[in-house]
Design a protein around this ligand. Structure first.
Ligand code: NAD
Ligand code: UFG
Length: 338
């Protein structure tokens, strides 16, 4: 039978790509997003790319009453919970805003899910919950965080796990993403950060688009092959597919399972820069800067569990990530415009 999935944060970067995968896999999709970090126009793009309709609600997931109205209007089978604030630096400056938004959203969602008898959830966690990671990182590596954003993911994992134990029918998958980049191959959907991007990939796309003169490389003296930081970059469409497989897993299993979503490969800043140069045919000027506070030298996933339990492996290459990101950037130099 056709299932209806509530996607919180569904107009955001990862949520929007996941909505397309869900629609293409025969699910009905209801989006709840307060548009605090996304635009309404994304709803049109999702529908255009998938060729199917979604139902969109502009609601704050932390608002229990508003959320209950969404659940009352639809027979929701499962929830994918993306809604949250995600900027590490901003979370250090505004810790209470992060704890309030991210934790209240998770708790209000679980309260309303319980009230309506919805017992399956896939949650957007992050590799940031691993403390001092020694790659390749398995799910049983030591946990701990260095900033309020990370702690909201850590605490949400605990809250969801405790909720899961209260009812034998409850089931949760805690998806720990590594570094999602790239865009939909149509060039119609991609990442659209507001203001100056904090992350490597959107910054590179903006240098290529002429918005900034050069990339700042934060440290070239790490103990890595070329001295720059190494990360596990994962194509956003591969990541989105992982959510569809997580839902299928939830159909057949209970418990609360943490799972890495990463490729298992580590690429340096220079690897990404050179791949983007190949994809765009443009030179990306760079300036070596001091290390960025809080950065580690190298981190990448052991993705074995996702393969064994979800049947998921990343399929797309770094070149695919750069080509799709480049297409999105050149077709939408100002992101989603109103
Ligand atoms: P995003 O900001 O593009 O999407 C998040 C969406 O949630 C936005 O559309 C925003 O408007 C919405 N939102 C925030 N608070 C809300 C609330 N209280 N009620 C309703 N909507 C709300 O971010 P993204 O990159 O798509 O990330 C999605 C999720 O994945 C986030 O939880 C993020 O922390 C997590 N994550 C992202 C990354 C990454 O690098 N992008 C890595 C690991 C984990
Ligand atoms: N980097 C630069 N220049 C930039 C931006 C980044 O050289 O302008 C470097 C960083 O120093 C790092 C690498 O590029 O070596 C990747 O940095 P990102 O900011 O793109 O990604 P992070 O791995 O630091 O952070 C990401 C998510 C966080 C999450 C973290 C851990 O953005 O939300 O992974 O999972 F917490």
């Amino acid at each position: 039978m056709k299932q209806t999935i509530l996607v919180t944060g569904g107009t955001g970067y990862i949520g929007s790509h996941t909505c397309v995968e869900l629609l293409e896999n025969g699910y009905d999709v209801v989006i709840a997003d307060n548009l605090s970090n996304s635009k309404r126009q994304v709803v049109d793009r999702i529908q255009e790319v998938a060729g199917k309709a979604v139902t969109f609600y502009e609601v704050d997931v932390a608002d229990e009453q508003a959320l209950a109205r969404v659940f009352a209007a639809h027979a929701i089978d499962a929830v994918i919970h993306f809604a949250g604030l995600k900027a590490v630096g901003e979370s250090v400056e505004k810790p209470l805003a992060y704890y309030q938004n991210n934790l209240n959203a998770t708790m209000s969602l679980l309260v309303v899910m319980s009230r309506f008898g919805v017992n399956k959830i896939a949650f957007s966690s992050s590799a940031t919950v691993y403390i001092d990671p020694a790659p390749p990182i398995r799910e049983d590596a030591p946990l701990g965080c260095t900033n309020p954003y990370g702690w909201t993911k850590f605490m949400s994992e605990i809250i969801i796990t405790d909720w899961q134990k209260t009812n034998g029918d409850n089931a949760a998958v805690l998806l720990r993403y590594f570094n999602p980049i790239g865009a939909h191959e149509s060039g119609k959907m991609g990442e659209d950060p507001q203001g100056i991007p904090n992350n490597l990939f959107p910054y590179i796309t903006r240098v290529a688009g002429g918005a900034y003169p050069h990339l700042n490389i934060f440290g070239a003296d790490y103990d890595t092959p070329d001295g720059t930081g190494v990360r596990d970059y994962i194509h956003v469409v591969d990541l989105a597919r992982g959510h569809v497989l997580a839902l299928k897993y939830l159909d057949a299993h209970n418990g609360a399972l943490p799972v890495n979503l990463g490729t298992g490969l580590g690429y340096s800043v220079f690897d990404v820069l050179r791949a983007y140069e190949r994809a765009s045919g443009k030179e990306i000027p760079f300036v070596i800067q001091p290390r960025r506070a809080g950065d580690v030298a190298s981190t990448y996933a052991d993705p074995t569990l996702a393969r064994e339990l979800l049947g998921w492996t990343a399929e797309k290459t770094l070149d695919d990530m750069c080509l799709s990101g480049c297409r999105w950037q050149s077709l939408n130099p100002n992101g989603y415009e109103d």
